[in-house]
Design a protein around this ligand. Structure first.
Ligand code: NAD
Length: 363
């Protein structure tokens, strides 16, 4: 069925505009081949919004974003040592815009795929026998609850300074993200590993109970529970065992960075933040890389793969998403590399050429 894809675009700062341009090129080519149209709404966020409006996020951006079915974003922010954006108070800096839009759009589920392509396994710090054949896992982290949002205080008790942070989850917060994780597992390897610390924490015991309830609605998906300390070990010992890893905010913060490090290449890692509807904000996992901005050498693949995730999860266009992922796999197989993933004997190309090649390989 032909679709009109109503996509918000935040070009962002630093390398953002360069990598988003290539992702749009690939989206346009995919739409052309599969008979869809892309209708883009440009949105300002972060440094670009500060330059235009004096604040990193305006109500206008939030309202416009809400009218889109999904938003594709390049990274935002600048070099804190030299950029005037960082002379502003913290609530007016670029990153505050990102937190603000996530909150305004109620994006509670953060998805970070960690994929090791066989062709890039040289960048992976793990032993070859572990990475043979590559791996493909997805960390789903709860983003708006838990320890980072709980009550905290520092007080003096009987002359001793004492600090408290509380880790709270209610069953609704757990259920909504568990449903998202099982939905996504249905589109992938049909396995969910729910990570907790249920041998110690009450919040983890409730987490486990609610995840088990949700699993009953997904008889095709295999559910396993894993303690977070074991998961940290398993990610480096045998990452191939994982499909979707579902976990709470702080555990996910740590495990998603661990999972991305084992792939070895920041320019390859996509991400998505989702809410209860089909809406999602899709962006590369890396930052705005001010050190290489404007040089035409940034790797656009993470952003292109984020666009593929957008087609899959916000528009249910799985075939089209597969086509983008296959085109990325093909350029890598043919030996084309941006500088960040370059190795001996390969062909080094820039941002634009990488986008052109991937777009031309869409089939
Ligand atoms: P960074 O990810 O921007 O850069 C780290 C290193 O990775 C740099 O050497 C950079 O050149 C390289 N790199 C990153 N993406 C690349 C790509 N696509 N191709 C090739 N190389 C790439 O992290 P940082 O330097 O710590 O942060 C820079 C700015 O980005 C800061 O203002 C930070 O706040 C912001 N940031 C934004 C987001 C976001 O928008 N979600 C996330 C992280 C950092």
């Amino acid at each position: 069925m032909d679709m009109n894809l109503n996509i918000g675009v935040i070009r962002g700062d630093g390398i953002g505009p360069e990598i988003v341009t290539e992702a749009m090129k690939v989206l346009d080519r995919t739409a052309e081949i599969y008979g869809h149209t892309c209708d883009y709404t440009q949105l300002l966020l972060g440094g670009a919004s500060i330059d235009a409006h004096g604040v990193p996020l305006t109500d206008e951006t939030v309202e416009k974003a809400k009218k889109c079915s999904a938003v594709l974003m390049g990274s935002i922010g600048g070099d804190a040592k030299v950029s005037p954006w960082y002379k502003l108070e913290p609530s007016k800096r670029p990153e505050a815009g990102l937190l603000g839009i996530r909150k305004a759009l109620n994006l509670f589920a953060n998805l970070r795929p960690a994929i090791l392509y066989d062709e890039l396994k040289g960048a992976c710090p793990l032993k070859e026998e572990i990475t043979e054949g590559g791996f493909d896992l997805m960390i789903m982290r709860e983003l708006t609850g838990g320890l980072y949002f709980g009550e905290r205080k520092t007080v003096e008790e009987n002359g001793v300074m004492t600090a408290y942070d509380s880790l709270t989850y209610n069953e609704n917060e757990i259920r909504r993200i568990a449903v998202r994780a099982f939905d996504i597992a249905m589109k992938r390897g049909k396995k969910v590993t729910s990570v907790d610390k249920a041998n110690v924490l009450d919040s983890s015991r409730l987490w486990r109970k609610v995840v088990e309830e949700v699993a009953k609605d997904y008889p095709e998906v295999a559910l396993e529970h894993m303690l977070v300390d074991n998961c940290a070990m398993q990610l480096v010992k045998d990452p191939k065992q994982f499909d979707v890893v579902l976990t709470e905010n702080m555990f996910g913060d740590i495990l998603s960075d661990e999972a991305s490090m084992v792939t070895g290449s920041i320019g390859m890692l996509a991400s998505a933040s989702l809410n209860e509807t089909k809406f999602g904000l899709y962006e590369p996992s890396g930052g705005s890389a001010p050190d290489i901005a404007g040089k035409g050498i940034a790797n656009p693949i993470a952003t292109i793969l984020s666009a593929a995730m957008m087609l899959r999860f916000s528009f249910d266009l799985d075939k089209e998403a597969d086509a983008i992922e296959a085109a990325v796999a093909r350029v890598l197989k043919e030996g084309y590399r941006t500088v960040d993933i370059m190795s001996e004997g390969r062909v080094q190309i820039g941002t634009e050429k990488m986008g052109d090649l991937i777009a031309s390989y869409i089939a």
